[in-house]
Design a protein around this ligand. Structure first.
Ligand SMILES: CC(C)(COP(=O)(O)OP(=O)(O)OC[C@H]1O[C@@H](n2cnc3c(N)ncnc32)[C@H](O)[C@@H]1OP(=O)(O)O)[C@@H](O)C(=O)NCCC(=O)NCCS
Length: 202
């Protein structure tokens, strides 16, 4: 058991606990409404889709009193937290809307290299932010990355999220490259995505 910055106990563990898929999906939706909304809306349908297409082993979670308050999705060895493939999207959203919606999601689905473990979205309950939970999640991901033979952790951060970028820089991530995405500004609210990386381990 760890403690957050207020001294409250926090259980940081690997994997989404069985039965917590719905809560994990809600946290993801809250945190990434800009990115996920256009592809998976309306909210109730999107949350249900995420919960139903979740690889529980691809996350590190933070629980307080047994309730999920944060999670970091992971992508490595061809598997990520969400299984939102083209086929699943067509099945859920239909043959006309499914492919377009899949294309929107695919913007963020560049596969990581073999030495990389990709941090595929980190979300902390809005009421619990700023207490060090995000940092604890990233440190656990870093240990997991080293244990699973990866030499670095990578992540994408959008230009509309400077506070998250500030956190990553404080934790030792550096920018590798920036992809401009002006076509996504109207749909998703950001105009560039920066790839960052940090060596795995403590
Ligand atoms: C980014 C996020 C995961 C950080 O989790 P956290 O538990 O608040 O992080 P910590 O307490 O360890 O660190 C706090 C730092 O996170 C950053 N941060 C980013 N957004 C924040 C927010 N809404 N509230 C508080 N801190 C935030 C800041 O750099 C902050 O440092 P500061 O207080 O000196 O400004 C969390 O704020 C969140 O879920 N945000 C919405 C989703 C998101 O933007 N995810 C990242 C996508 S790349």
């Amino acid at each position: 058991m760890r403690t957050d910055k207020r001294g409250d106990p926090l259980d940081v563990r690997r994997g989404v606990p069985q039965g917590a898929e719905g809560r994990a999906a809600e946290l993801y939706w809250e945190a990434f409404a800009d990115k996920l909304g256009p592809a998976l809306k309306p909210r109730a349908r999107g949350v249900a889709f995420l919960a139903a297409h979740m690889n529980r082993d691809r996350a590190v979670c933070a629980l307080r009193d047994g309730a999920l308050v944060g999670l970091a999705g992971l992508q490595y060895e061809g598997r990520s937290l969400t299984r939102a493939g083209r086929r699943e999207m067509i099945r859920a959203y239909g043959p006309l809307r499914g492919p377009y919606r899949y294309a929107l999601l695919a913007t963020f689905k560049e596969a990581p290299g073999r030495s990389e473990l990709k941090l595929d979205g980190i979300a902390v309950d809005a009421a619990a932010r700023g207490r060090g939970i995000g940092e604890l999640l990233i440190e656990e991901v870093s240990e997991l990355a080293a244990e699973t033979g990866h030499s670095e952790i990578t992540l994408d951060v959008v230009d509309s999220n400077p506070r998250a970028r500030g956190l990553y820089e404080r934790l030792g991530f550096t920018a590798v490259s920036t992809k401009r995405t002006p076509h996504l500004r109207r749909v998703m609210g950001f105009g560039a995505v920066t790839l960052m990386r940090r060596p795995a381990g403590g």
